[in-house]
Design a protein around this ligand. Structure first.
Ligand SMILES: [Zn+2]
Length: 199
């Protein structure tokens, strides 16, 4: 038979469900073997996957985008559910991703951030209790956020703290020393304005 890519494609499309069913059945029947194989070839698989991801980066972005558009509603619900069950874990993942996307050099492993987050329940500046879930993924004033202690240095576990979003917005990129000065300036300002306006 002459190889006909169009025909192959059509055949695959036509038998998509059958194929899926077969794969599922095969997986169920060989579950343990497959698991063992994955464990034994862990490093090899990781290298292969990394190489594949690198070579197919643009296609992957395109595919992810398309997949997201087609499954948007269910993905939002799924993500929200995951967030409710694993609030700190999902906060840590999305925080690291968004910092990387913004262009920060992030030298933090997710598990490191999770164990730091698990030890901090309240904002160390204002004392508000953190809301790890947010409102449907939206940031709240008491949402936890990463704060860099030394702005000249990269994001690593020794150089960060977790403070509430509201405090972080006020602090912005101030260094610790600048923060002390700014707070004194705030006190002086309030005193002055109250005196001037008779408040
Ligand atoms: Zn705070």
């Amino acid at each position: 038979m002459v190889y006909n890519p169009e025909y192959q494609k059509k055949y695959r499309e036509k038998n998509k469900d059958k194929q899926k069913q077969y794969q599922k059945q095969y997986y169920e029947e060989h579950k343990d073997e497959l698991k063992l194989y994955r464990e034994e070839h862990k490093d090899e698989i990781a290298v292969r996957q990394k190489k594949y991801r690198k070579e197919h980066k643009i296609e992957k972005i395109k595919y992810d985008k398309q997949y997201y558009e087609e499954h948007k509603d269910e993905l939002v619900v799924k993500r929200q559910k995951y967030r409710e069950v694993n609030p700190i874990r999902s906060w840590a993942s999305s925080t690291l991703t968004s910092h990387r996307r913004t262009g920060f050099i992030v030298d933090i492993v997710r598990d490191e951030l999770i164990s730091l987050a698990e030890r901090i329940e309240y904002c160390p500046i204002c004392g508000v209790k953190f809301d790890w879930c947010g409102n449907k993924g939206r940031t709240l004033s008491n949402s936890p956020s990463l704060d860099r202690l030394n702005n000249g240095k990269e994001l690593n576990i020794g150089n960060i703290d977790i403070i509430c979003y509201r405090c972080n917005v006020s602090k912005r990129d101030r260094t610790l020393d600048e923060l002390v000065i700014w707070n004194q300036q705030c006190i002086d300002y309030v005193k002055r304005v109250k005196l001037e306006r008779g408040l």
